[in-house]
Each structure stands twice: as structure tokens, then as C-alpha cells.
Ligand binder design. Structure first.
Ligand SMILES: O=C(O)[C@H](O)[C@@H](O)[C@H](O)[C@H](O)COP(=O)(O)O
Length: 238
């Protein structure tokens, strides 16, 4: 793992840096493998990033978009991570429909939808069950409880390491989430975290010793590169 921690002066500087990184990873991936695969996060921090990506001229037909997690709501629900990304980015550009790999949420059974998305990913990457294919970029946020994707403290999802996708839960609200080994298989994992409320969690996530189960972002130790992009408020005291 190659870990880089950067503290940027403002949220907009952090977003600008995330944009630069993604554009450079996309160029490399398309040059070397003919396509760029990225998993998006929800939350509020990445929205301006998605808007900035929408303003770029990119070979959209070579870009495949996935989600690292999704709330268990229909795609037109205000809480939907898919809806946020569609509005900010995907609906604004000529990205082919087939390149948008949204998490299914309509079977009334999250286990069934998690299994469907798992299968969809295996088919896309042509990988066998038990293998962890590499996305080019997994974009992540972190909550002030140190959760990432929908891997929440002390939940069963943190123990799942035999598949790509599982059911996560935030209190009693079910969600669908990548598992940590699938995230860790990525070529690059990029965390964006902003705001002073993230400081205590970051201190635990960066501590040499702490409980991975209490602070799930600690489980993210990718084979490739790990970037932590912070704003000054989150990065103070680190
Ligand atoms: O669907 C989600 O809620 C997320 O993917 C989640 O893991 C998010 O990234 C963090 O909660 C940070 O959210 P903020 O960017 O709003 O702080």
C-alpha cells in the first residue's frame, strides 16, 4: 500500500485535487486498458466533484461508473446516492446508459439486490466467485463515526470477506455496500473528508493501534494507492 495524506486549504481546493487525480487515473487506465472504472460515494462532500467532472471533455463511452454503496431506496428518492450522482454528473454528459452500473434496490429484499450487484460485477470483470477484481478508482467518504461506504461500526458487514457486495446497516436502515476486501483490491482508493467533525474519527483511523471494528475506515488498506484528501478543518492536528 502506498498511502498519501494531503491537507488542502479549503473544500474547493480538495475538490480540485480530487478532480486532477481522477482525470490522471482515467487517462492512464484508458491508455493502458481501454476503459476507466470508478466507484462513487454518497454523502455531501463529492457533489461538487461530480459537477466538476461533468464539465470536462472526456471519452465518456470508455468510462464505467459504479457505486461503493447505496441507501435502500428507489433511484428517484432524495436519499439515493445514484440520484445525486445522476443530477450532478451523469445526466449532464453523453455517458452511455450501459456504462452506468447502479446498485439495484427494488426487489424488496436487500440480500437479493446485494447478490444481484455482486453477480453484475463478476460478469463485468469476468471474475470468479472468491476473486476480487480491481476497480481503477474507489472514491470514499468517511462519517464522523469513521464509517466508510456503508461499513458502519460494529456491524456484520465488516466481517464479510468472501464476496464483493453485502448488506450494510446504519442503525435499522439497510443499505448495500462493497465489502472491504473488494475496496482494497482497487488500484486507487481516494477518501475525501472535510469538516472539523471528522477530526476525532481521523485520529483513530490514523492511530497505529485501534479497533478496526469500532473505526471501519481502518479496514481500508488497498493493494494499490490510498489517498486521504482532507480540508484544513479535518486535517488540523494530524
Ligand atoms: O452513502 C453514504 O452515506 C456514503 O457513501 C457515506 O459513506 C459517506 O461518504 C459518508 O457518510 C461521508 O459523508 P459526507 O461527505 O456527507 O460527510
Amino acid at each position: 500500500m502506498n498511502k498519501t495524506v494531503e491537507v488542502h486549504s479549503s473544500v474547493s481546493a480538495l475538490v480540485q485535487r480530487a478532480l486532477e487525480l481522477i482525470l490522471s487515473k482515467a487517462e492512464t487506465a484508458i491508455g493502458e486498458r481501454g476503459q476507466f472504472t470508478i466507484a462513487l460515494s454518497g454523502g455531501s462532500t463529492p457533489k461538487p466533484l461530480y459537477e466538476a467532472i461533468a464539465n470536462q471533455k472526456l471519452p465518456w463511452d470508455k468510462i464505467h461508473v459504479f457505486w461503493g454503496d447505496e441507501r435502500y431506496v428507489p433511484a428517484d428518492h432524495p436519499d439515493s446516492n445514484e440520484l445525486m450522482a445522476r443530477r450532478a454528473w451523469l445526466d449532464q454528459v453523453a455517458l452511455p446508459k450501459a456504462n452506468i452500473h447502479a446498485i439495484p434496490t427494488l426487489s424488496a429484499n436487500p440480500e437479493v439486490d446485494a447478490a444481484k450487484y455482486n453477480q453484475h460485477l463478476q460478469t463485468f470483470f469476468n471474475s470468479a466467485s472468491g476473486e476480487f477484481p480491481a476497480l481503477d478508482v474507489v472514491l470514499l467518504g468517511m462519517g464522523d463515526d469513521a464509517h466508510t461506504a456503508s461499513l458502519f461500526p460494529y456491524t456484520e458487514a465488516l466481517k464479510v470477506s468472501d464476496r464483493l457486495v453485502t448488506v450494510g446497516n446504519k442503525d435499522d436502515n439497510l443499505r448495500i455496500t462493497f465489502t472491504y476486501p473488494f475496496i482494497n483490491a482497487a488500484r486507487s482508493v481516494i477518501f475525501m473528508a472535510a469538516g472539523a467533525n471528522k477530526r476525532p474519527a481521523l485520529a483513530q483511523v490514523f492511530a497505529p493501534v485501534a479497533d478496526d471494528f469500532a473505526y471501519p475506515s481502518r479496514l481500508i488498506r488497498p493493494q494499490g494507492e490510498l489517498y486521504w484528501l482532507l480540508d484544513a478543518a479535518a486535517g488540523l492536528e494530524l
